[in-house]
Write a protein that binds this ligand. Structure first.
Ligand SMILES: [Fe+2]
Ligand SMILES: [Fe+2]
Length: 189
């Protein structure tokens, strides 16, 4: 599927976004079913995947982007600032998810609703960030011919990303099974 190293653009790294979003949704499924331990594990997995992708962007893509003539609408600081903001929200969500352990009954259910509200803001930030990367950062670095040395690192980064995702697949598969049976029990099936 992949061509030689030189043919693979920076944009190939954007495949990470869907998987990162999906891990978060799986965590929210666990929240919805009040499976607190699973929700904690899945949020951690989402965070690990996000960390790998952000490292690739900051070490290589943004490093390359600093060599592109500046475009007013898309400054480097926009992207680094969005990353910081996402990580700040994620830390808050992680703390709130851990706090669910101490709760039960209606208190637990209402705390889960509050957490889902908090996560809605985080999901909007992701959506906004995805748009800014697809419209600004990635096309700009992909269209700059002088960045070949950075572009040549993309296949290795992509392989590293896919290995990181693969490392979470067992957890995701087990989580899907566990959530399906929990939901079936709730529905009296
Ligand atoms: Fe990204
Ligand atoms: Fe990013």
């Amino acid at each position: 599927m992949n061509g030689p190293a030189s043919d693979l653009g920076f944009s190939a790294l954007l495949e990470a976004h869907a998987a990162i979003d999906d891990a978060l949704l799986l965590h929210e499924e666990a929240l919805l079913l009040l499976d607190v331990e699973l929700a904690i594990e899945l949020l951690a997995a989402h965070g690990r995947l996000l960390a790998v992708h952000m490292r690739h962007e900051e070490d290589v893509v943004l490093d390359a982007f600093r060599r592109v003539p500046p475009v007013k609408k898309w400054p480097v600081v926009l992207y680094t600032g969005q990353h910081e903001k996402l990580l700040w929200h994620l830390a808050r969500m992680t703390q709130s998810t851990l706090q669910l352990r101490a709760l039960s009954g209606s208190t637990l259910r209402r705390a889960a609703i509050t957490l889902l509200d908090l996560e809605a803001t985080y999901k909007h930030l992701h959506e906004h960030h995805d748009g800014a990367e697809r419209e600004g950062l990635f096309p700009l670095v992909d269209h700059e011919a002088t960045l070949q040395a950075w572009r040549d690192r993309v296949p290795a980064l992509l392989a590293e990303w896919r290995a990181a995702l693969q490392a979470e697949e067992l957890l995701f598969a087990a989580a899907r099974g566990r959530l399906d049976s929990r939901a079936a029990r709730l529905n009296g099936a």
